[in-house]
Design a protein around this ligand. Sequence first.
Ligand SMILES: Nc1nc2c(ncn2[C@@H]2O[C@H](COP(=O)(O)OP(=O)(O)OP(=O)(O)O)[C@@H](O)[C@H]2O)c(=O)[nH]1
Ligand SMILES: [Zn+2]
Length: 196
Amino acid sequence: MLKIQAQTNIPTDFGIFKVYAFSESENDWNPHLVWVAEKTDFSDVVNVRFHSECITGEVFHSRKCECGQQLDAAMKFVSENGGIIIYLRQEGRNIGIINKLKAYALQEDGFDTVEANLKLGLPADGRNFSGAIEMLKILDVLKVNLLTNNPEKLKSLDNSGILLNKRIPLEIDSNTTNESYLIKKKNYFGHLLDKI
Ligand SMILES: Nc1nc2c(ncn2[C@@H]2O[C@H](COP(=O)(O)OP(=O)(O)OP(=O)(O)O)[C@@H](O)[C@H]2O)c(=O)[nH]1
Ligand SMILES: [Zn+2]
């Protein structure tokens, strides 16, 4: 069972956020982080982003994916409109950073983002979003707009007890390096991408 292990306020380039660390044990060094924008009104529909960790994109500005730009866009959106970022420790679609780097090495040899995971004997996408739902419930969020292009994230709310009001697209312009990755996301995972 996830529990709030710590909470504080953090000023950011996008305004002040209330930040919660959620984990089962207080000794977990990789807790999920929930960032609540100052304007958030819990009695209304809450804008929510489920964001899976991507250290290469978010911290080191990798051009292989669009995760860093999506996180920034989501923080800007919720700071302006109210909302919550649920930062999930699901690096590499939950195969971990070592396996993700191994998958990237295979991608240098011509395998795509899905084939590389499978070649390693790992699922194409090893995530589920039950933890995100658990955290929303602990925070008393009842009805959400989900910022995503991923149909699996939308589906995760089915019968969850949390109502999906609508999807808010979070589409970033592609570049020459991440274009094939985004095409695969659209064609294989069914991501709702209009620009690609
Ligand atoms: N295994 C693997 N993971 C990747 C690769 N590229 C990006 N990722 C991971 O994919 C995940 C993307 O997460 P999100 O941006 O939350 O989700 P999404 O499925 O793209 O859906 P959106 O909500 O539309 O952004 C992160 O955990 C990244 O680390 C890759 O080539 N291989
Ligand atoms: Zn990424």
